[in-house]
Design a protein around this ligand. Structure first.
Ligand SMILES: Cc1ncc(COP(=O)(O)O)c(C=O)c1O
Length: 393
């Protein structure tokens, strides 16, 4: 059909069909990934041992100022192993934030524990230390809480010193879920370096991906040893003898090859995420109806998943629909876990913050390989949506 014969609707549809989709957060594989993968094949190291695994572990331990790092198939497995190393077992309570990815709670359940959902603080959307102290001081929970898991929210660190002090007073292990927080700092110390053990995830949407993967970091040789042992079916030596029920949760050399190549470009990728985030900050500051997630003075986040807040749930829905029409891969972020069916019967101490933010978050495309033009399209879409005024409820 000649262009002059098209209706307005057809023009809009054609324009939309021509648009290139902009993904949310995808791997940025512009370093040595290909070369290192080829090396795995050439050297016949493609399974769950090999030189890249060892090197990747060493580099992550150095980055987080930890003595030990144990690689795993994913971040959920890393958390499960860290909890088992911490001694979490049948029926133990483990404090987790109500506002986190389900993996945090699921890892507790897989380790045999029960998640105890504690709300987050408004200044950081991370674990509310006052509420954690209340739980640990409650006589009905004394001797029943086996660990506390502070989670970095979209790459923003919790108030670690305060949480470490509270846990230390009750002699309860602290396991830091820094799944998406590589490169973030808390009071100038690296995320992944706090508490008795920490974990990273290297899944495909993280700043550093290994395709899939995770890591347990700890200063405790016995915990590192235990985590590694449980990740290899708790097998004793080369014999088919076992001293516990283990799992097969090791990272492969192929994944470690990708992870290592990614790590070499960490600074560059962090700088790109930061540049993208600051441009979004400026655009969002222009829209009264939108705000970026809170940032506390103790932290420098890594801008892993740039997320904004809308005033209402209805606004978030229309904004997401607006992005979808324009092939912009935005997505709603975490929701209160205790409000969801699998976790509804589990213990909790809530202050309403997690419930209030649920459904009002929208994560924006923020891959380190996002182009200026692509980001311009996202910002244009935000301005266009904002110009239409608040969503009628
Ligand atoms: C807070 C948090 N914990 C744990 C995980 C689990 O990591 P994985 O997806 O590698 O299992 C994630 C993954 O995104 C996460 O965001």
């Amino acid at each position: 059909m000649p262009p002059e014969m098209r209706t307005g609707k057809q023009i809009m549809e054609q324009d939309s069909a021509d648009l290139k989709p902009i993904p949310l957060s995808v791997p940025d594989l512009r370093g040595n990934e290909r070369a290192y993968l080829a090396r795995c094949v050439t050297d016949n190291w493609v399974s769950s041992a090999g030189p890249f695994v060892t090197e990747f572990e060493t580099r992550i331990a150095t980055l987080t100022a930890r003595r030990h790092a144990v690689s795993t198939v994913n971040g959920t497995a890393a958390l499960q192993l860290a909890l088992r190393a911490a001694g979490v077992g049948d029926g133990d309570l483990v404090v987790v934030p109500d506002w986190t990815f389900a993996a945090t709670a699921n890892a507790v359940l897989r380790a045999g524990g029960i998640p105890f959902f504690v709300d987050v603080a408004t200044d950081s959307l991370t674990l509310d230390s006052g509420l954690v102290a209340t739980v640990l001081a409650n006589p009905s929970y004394q001797g029943r809480v086996a660990a506390v898991i502070p989670v970095h929210a979209a790459g923003h660190p919790p108030d670690m010193d305060v949480l470490i002090e509270i846990c230390g007073r009750s002699e309860i292990p602290l396991v830091e879920d820094a799944a998406g927080a590589i490169g973030a700092t808390y009071k100038e110390r690296p995320a992944g370096g706090f508490g008795d053990a920490s974990i990273f995830s290297f899944n495909g949407n993280k700043i550093v991906t290994a395709g899939g993967g995770g890591m347990v970091m700890t200063d405790r040789a016995d915990w590192a040893e235990r985590a590694k042992h449980l990740s290899t079916q708790a097998r004793l030596g080369d014999e088919y003898e076992h001293d516990a029920v283990g799992d097969n949760l090791r990272m492969t050399n192929l994944n470690a090859a990708v992870g290592l190549a990614q790590l070499e470009r960490l600074d560059e990728m962090l700088a790109a995420r930061s540049r993208i985030a600051r441009r979004y900050d400026a655009a969002i500051a222009e829209c009264e109806m939108l705000a970026s997630l809170p940032r506390a003075p103790w932290a420098v986040g890594n801008d892993w998943m740039y997320t904004l807040q809308t005033e209402t749930v209805a606004d978030a829905k229309t904004l997401l629909a607006h992005f979808a029409e324009r092939k912009i891969g935005a997505r709603s972020f975490w929701r209160s876990l205790s409000a969801q069916p699998p976790y509804a019967e589990m213990p909790s101490l809530l202050n309403g913050v997690s419930a209030a933010v649920s459904g009002r978050t929208v994560s924006l495309p923020c891959s380190s390989n996002l182009t200026e033009d692509e980001q311009g399209r996202v910002i244009e879409a935000i301005a266009d949506w904002a110009s239409r005024g608040p969503t009628k409820r």
